[in-house]
Design a protein around this ligand. Structure first.
Ligand SMILES: NC(=O)c1ccc[n+]([C@@H]2O[C@H](COP(=O)([O-])OP(=O)(O)OC[C@H]3O[C@@H](n4cnc5c(N)ncnc54)[C@H](OP(=O)(O)O)[C@@H]3O)[C@@H](O)[C@H]2O)c1
Length: 381
């Protein structure tokens, strides 16, 4: 293959619009699906009935839990992280549209909103509750309706789950994650409490987020861990080796968050992008002006692979993550149904092992700024 150009001038025409005119959206035969109930719904489930021609897409296993090979991350619907919070009325059709497209895996957390994200997810999925998998996360305390600190004490965890069940309008959480390690509560105690909740039928599976291999092992001894959720993408690769190896050895699924680098590999930004001081992006070290300018080289490379594969950059980002291990299920976050549809097109993009090697050889030489070190993310509890 000719060496992908990283020259800004060569690459500037290979932009997102260019790709979207191609076949990417119809990549897995989704182009013809009409999203009638997604369009018609007003946020209530009264008029809703699942479509008879609901799409079926590839499934993957997280431990013993089967989910669609790509899920929907619902955080940015309410967190204010990447866009202003959206309303129930705006987001219910997006979530239900994803169901129509074959997505069965939905990711939320108590802290998103806080609380409102679960309300939206619960309302949207109530009519199809038995056909889909809901993952939510606990582990923070709240004061005056805002996140205050970490709190994974048994009594707090139980209280959190009661709140989740109400907001999600369900009697069980399919995948209950500890969102962040709490250094005041040994992981065995957290795992033990989740074990009891599973016995009581209030949770079905146990997950962890951003913890070290040692913590995963200790938790897994007490209560089988079904999935680990941590940041992982073409650009943020701190999770490679130690974490993926641990998951593989223990039969734990891996759920990458940030798989399209918070929109960067969705081609949402360019070298002139700047963020307000109060924006979430302003506090992400790989989005500083210096970093973003440097990272354009990475984006140009991804665009070239996208051209080569008749795909979009976001699809390349997701297909690459999916190609790393069969137990990986990314949950790209979106507030837009057309992005969800585009992201599912990644299931139709494959890499040979030679291509994966060639891609890695080139991208690993690109200098990245502000990425995390394993030590900074693999926390112990
Ligand atoms: N465990 C944890 O600690 C943790 C931390 C963060 C997130 N999460 C979970 O992981 C999910 C995903 O992570 P993330 O949302 O931080 O990062 P992400 O999925 O890499 O990026 C989300 C951003 O990318 C944009 N995007 C998605 N698809 C796109 C496409 N095809 N083209 C262009 N832009 C696209 C979205 O904007 P639009 O809305 O415009 O599509 C959104 O702003 C979250 O929703 C959340 O559920 C977990």
């Amino acid at each position: 293959m000719k060496k992908p150009s990283t020259n800004m001038k060569d690459s500037k025409y290979l932009n997102r619009r260019h790709f979207l005119t191609k076949s990417a959206l119809a990549g897995i035969g989704l182009g013809s699906i009409s999203l009638s109930w997604a369009k018609n719904t007003n946020g209530s489930h009264k008029n809703y009935s699942p479509k008879s021609n609901q799409a079926t897409i590839e499934k993957r296993k997280l431990g013993s839990l089967e989910v669609s090979a790509i899920g929907l991350g619902c955080m940015s619907m309410t967190s204010g992280s990447y866009n202003p919070p959206r309303t129930m009325k705006q987001m219910v059709p997006v979530i239900r549209g994803a169901v129509d497209l074959g997505v069965t895996f939905f990711d939320t957390a108590e802290v998103y909103g806080p609380f409102t994200d679960e309300e939206i997810v619960g309302e949207a999925l109530k009519p199809v509750r038995n056909d889909i998998v809901i993952a939510s996360k606990f582990g923070f305390s709240f004061e005056n309706g805002q996140r205050a600190g970490r709190d994974a004490r048994p009594e707090s965890l139980r209280k959190a789950v009661e709140g989740m069940l109400k907001r999600l309008q369900t009697d069980r959480i399919d995948l209950l994650y500890l969102h962040r390690a709490d250094s005041n509560v040994p992981i065995e105690e957290v795992a033990g409490t989740v074990k009891d909740l599973i016995k009581e039928g209030k949770a079905r599976h146990f997950g962890l987020s951003e913890v070290s291999p040692e913590t995963i092992r200790r938790a897994h001894k007490e209560q089988k861990v079904t999935a680990l959720q941590s940041e992982y993408s073409l650009m943020e690769r701190a999770m490679e080796n130690q974490i993926l190896d641990t998951c593989e050895e223990l039969g734990i699924g891996f759920v990458p968050w940030g798989p399209v680098v918070r929109g960067f590999l969705g081609d949402k930004f360019n070298e002139y992008s700047r963020f307000r001081d109060d924006s979430r992006f302003a506090s992400v070290p790989y989005f500083t002006p210096e970093a973003i300018e440097k990272h354009m080289e990475f984006l140009f490379l991804v665009r070239e692979w996208a051209m080569k594969k008749d795909a979009t950059p976001a699809q390349i980002a997701l297909a690459w993550v999916l190609a790393q291990k069969p137990f990986i299920v990314p949950i790209p976050g979106t507030t837009k149904l057309h992005h969800m549809k585009e992201n599912l097109g990644a299931l139709n993009v494959s890499f040979t092992s030679d291509e994966l090697k060639e891609f890695r050889e080139v991208f690993s030489k690109i200098e990245l700024v502000g990425m995390r070190t394993p030590e900074s993310v693999l926390e112990n509890a």
